[in-house]
Ligand binder design. Structure first.
Ligand SMILES: [Mn+2]
Length: 431
């Protein structure tokens, strides 16, 4: 029995090799193994230039994220843009790292993540966990390049980022009313101008924040005699500032993956975090019995189903073994598999934007961190596609939140910072 099966396989191999040789001779357009009777076979068909030079190997070509089409979206004039320029979801890099409290290097994050995304493309982009190919669905997705942020002056950098997001979010979408942005950091401070831009479109945003750290620290939690308003804009204080400027939901924002040491001798940091409107899930919660599903339940119970939600992923939420290339590592973190599992369970939420930040290629090893970040960005864009186009109705429904906010919160966080900075300096110098 064994012998006859081997013989049968041998005969099959010989005949397959023979017929593939014939096909190759007669029509080089087709793969060698295909029979002449294969669908689409024609002896007279001439290859197009696309046939000849369109397909590429993953490591070839000029590297945009996942080989997506590239367009400098900050150069699109919304008043004279044509339909061919419109898009629904876009990668935007924010190479800014001068608001870090420890190791810098995330200015190289966007290019590092793009490079690590080279094995992603539309052709093999089907997400088996989701059952869709995000790159080949309703959404027109592209790579918008980077915001050219200055590394010399954080006040100016914040102004640039804020204006960039305002401009990007004022572009019309292709199918969506407003495009969604998948931001690649950069240090975590970039979240402030992102939330500021989103606020002007949607009103208050609920934030789910995957991070080992709180990032709701008041600026004075970095003790120093020396202080200016600009020095208070950091990658550990941006959520505190976002709350101060009324950009986030008043409650039910959520941290996932916390394990940072806390200030002084107690729970003061958590109390302040409560006041900023956050609930907390620590990394150790995953070790409880049914920890992973309990964490997912808590996330779904906390986040609103009918309001705009923003997902911010600080790569340091992953264990340092899974993400060594970051500025402020904390041991005892999530695996990639856990994080992706949790993100997949967030299908159906109204994700209006997302980021992956704190990716620092100079500290990375063997592209471990950038590859994780590229996969997480892919999962986040999958969620955006699953949620469908953003509609005028959705925006109008949520903008009502603004009516209750009293103060004119459209005044930009940044203009206030600059204004306060100016007054502070004048007082200091001349009074
Ligand atoms: Mn962070």
């Amino acid at each position: 029995m064994k012998f006859s099966l081997s013989l049968l396989l041998l005969c099959f191999t010989i005949s397959a090799a023979h017929s593939s040789y014939e096909s190759l001779q007669q029509n080089p357009n087709y793969h060698a193994y295909k029979e002449q009777s294969s669908e689409g076979f024609s002896i007279n068909s001439k290859p197009s230039l696309e046939d000849l030079w369109g397909p590429f190997w993953a490591y070839q070509g000029i590297q945009s994220f996942a080989h997506l089409p590239f367009q400098n979206c900050l150069m699109i004039d919304k008043d004279s843009s044509n339909d061919s320029e419109l898009f629904d979801i876009a990668i935007i890099g924010v190479p800014f790292d001068t608001a870090t409290s420890f190791r810098s290097g995330t200015r190289f994050g966007p290019q590092g993540i793009r490079s690590a995304s080279m094995r992603q493309d539309k052709w093999r982009g089907f997400n088996f966990r989701a059952g869709i190919n995000p790159f080949d669905n309703w959404a027109n997705i592209l790579d918008c390049g980077d915001i050219p942020v200055t590394p010399m002056d954080n006040t100016l950098a914040l102004k640039q980022m804020q204006l960039a997001y305002k401009q990007l979010l004022s572009l019309p979408g292709n199918t969506s009313v407003v495009p969604r942005y998948m931001s690649l950091g950069g240090d975590h401070s970039i979240l402030l101008p992102i939330l500021q831009g989103l606020y002007e479109v949607y009103g208050e945003i609920t934030v789910i924040h995957f991070d080992s750290h709180l990032d709701t620290w008041a600026p004075d939690k970095y003790p120093s005699f020396w202080s200016s308003n600009t020095s208070e804009f950091t990658h550990g204080s941006m959520l505190w500032l976002a709350h101060k400027y009324g950009l986030m939901a008043q409650e039910n924002n959520l941290h996932v993956g916390l394990r940072t040491r806390l200030s002084d001798d107690g729970w003061e940091d958590y109390e302040e975090d409560n006041a900023v409107g956050f609930k907390r899930i620590v990394a150790d919660a995953l070790l409880d019995e049914d920890g992973l599903s309990k964490v997912v339940d808590q996330i779904l119970k906390t986040l609103p189903k009918d309001k705009p939600v923003y997902i911010s992923v600080d790569i340091d939420v992953l264990d340092p073994s899974a993400a060594p290339g970051t500025g402020t590592m904390e041991v005892g973190g999530l695996t990639n598999r856990e994080l992706i599992h949790i993100l997949r369970k967030m299908k159906g939420l109204n994700i209006v934007g997302a980021d992956v930040v704190e990716v620092s290629p100079p500290y990375d090893t063997a592209e471990i961190t950038t590859t994780a970040a590229a996969q997480i960005a892919y999962e986040l864009m999958t969620l955006m596609v699953e949620n469908g186009p953003i509609t005028e109705e959705f925006i109008n429904k949520n903008k009502k939140v603004l009516a209750h906010s009293g103060e004119d919160l459209r005044l930009t966080a940044l203009d206030r910072i600059i204004d306060e900075e100016r007054k502070y300096q004048i007082n200091r110098l001349f009074n």
